[in-house]
Design a binder for this molecule. Structure first.
Ligand SMILES: C[S@@+](CC[C@H](N)C(=O)[O-])C[C@H]1O[C@@H](n2cnc3c(N)ncnc32)[C@H](O)[C@@H]1O
Length: 293
């Protein structure tokens, strides 16, 4: 298959995920999944959605959440801030934006695969992007996406990116590691035809940030717990829901890919994962990377 054919196919298959959530129930269950995912991840991050050491008490900062979905990350930042900032949320699925938007927030359509408006260059104090790098490939590489985001920063501004590591963890039940392997297969195939086809694509983000001219680059690994592994009952329930809710959508994307990558263990993954996480719990490693212009 030519690189061009692979590229068109991958874009189309990524759209399957997004179209499915809209067509299924007008994004109602996707909104719940996004809320649950946010709360589960922030709980694992020690209640902090932001590790980049920016001073949020200084009023009037310009803050972007790229691929913001329903804007939940922005809403949390507003709730945690004593002072007013200007917020921008961008995504490619307009139907996820809150309507009306919270005061001081603008939602705009912008793909991570395209250059941002030139007028935005060097205007942001903080740029955040979480769980979207898979959507860039293979037309765009992590190098492109990181440079695109870094261009938006003022001198001294911070970029923070959060992605999932596709490393199996020894303490996991079999189904959870099969889920992680499924994500790895998906990511590797979305980047097929590029040099970014190995596991753990996002482990290169610190190097990408440095290459994009950022300094003070740091990376922290965060273990996110699901189901029975979570002590707090509120987060336990939400973590279980979000872990399982994405499975049919990811599998629908994988089904559109060449049949020889399909693994029979994925046929009943959703139900096995639900039972295992509910009874035994499970873990996924996230990687938080941040750097300064
Ligand atoms: C897994 S969700 C993460 C949402 C949000 N960042 C969060 O952490 O809750 C991925 C998001 O990326 C968006 N997305 C997919 N392809 C995109 C693209 N090419 N450019 C910008 N956003 C994209 C989807 O619409 C979705 O909102």
């Amino acid at each position: 298959m030519s690189t061009e054919t692979t590229s068109i196919m991958s874009s189309a298959t990524m759209m399957v995920f997004m179209d499915k959530t809209k067509a299924h129930d007008d994004n109602v269950s996707e909104q719940v999944r996004l809320e649950d995912q946010h709360e589960t991840v922030v709980h694992a991050m020690g209640g902090k959605a932001l590790y980049a050491p920016i001073n949020l008490t200084k009023p009037g900062l310009r803050i972007l959440d790229s691929a913001c979905a329903n804007g939940r990350w922005i809403k949390d930042l507003i709730a945690a801030s004593q002072v007013k900032h200007e917020y921008v949320g961008t995504d490619v699925v307009e139907s996820l934006y809150p309507s009306p938007p919270p005061e001081g927030v603008h939602f705009l359509n912008q793909s991570i695969k395209e250059p941002f408006p030139e007028a935005w260059n060097a205007t942001f104090d903080l740029v955040h992007q979480r769980l979207v790098m898979a959507a860039a490939g293979p037309e765009r590489t992590p190098t492109y996406v990181v440079q695109n985001l870094a261009n938006l920063l003022k001198e001294g501004g911070w970029l923070q990116m959060v992605e999932v590591a596709t490393t199996p963890l020894p303490q996991n039940p079999v189904s959870q590691n099969q889920y992680i392997d499924m994500l790895d297969t998906l990511y590797a195939n979305l980047y097929a035809g590029t040099k970014y086809k190995k596991s753990n694509l996002w482990s290169t983000l610190p190097e990408e940030m440095k290459a994009a001219g950022l300094k003070n680059v740091e990376k922290r690994e965060v273990i996110v717990s699901y189901g029975a592994a979570v002590a707090d009952p509120y987060i336990r329930e939400r973590s279980l829901r979000t872990a399982v809710a994405g499975v049919p959508n990811f599998l629908s994307v994988l089904r559109k890919m060449p049949r020889d990558i399909w693994k029979s263990e994925w046929d009943d993954l959703e139900s096995r994962l639900y039972t295992d996480l509910k009874e035994k719990g499970g873990y996924t490693k996230y990687i938080v990377t941040w750097g300064q212009k």
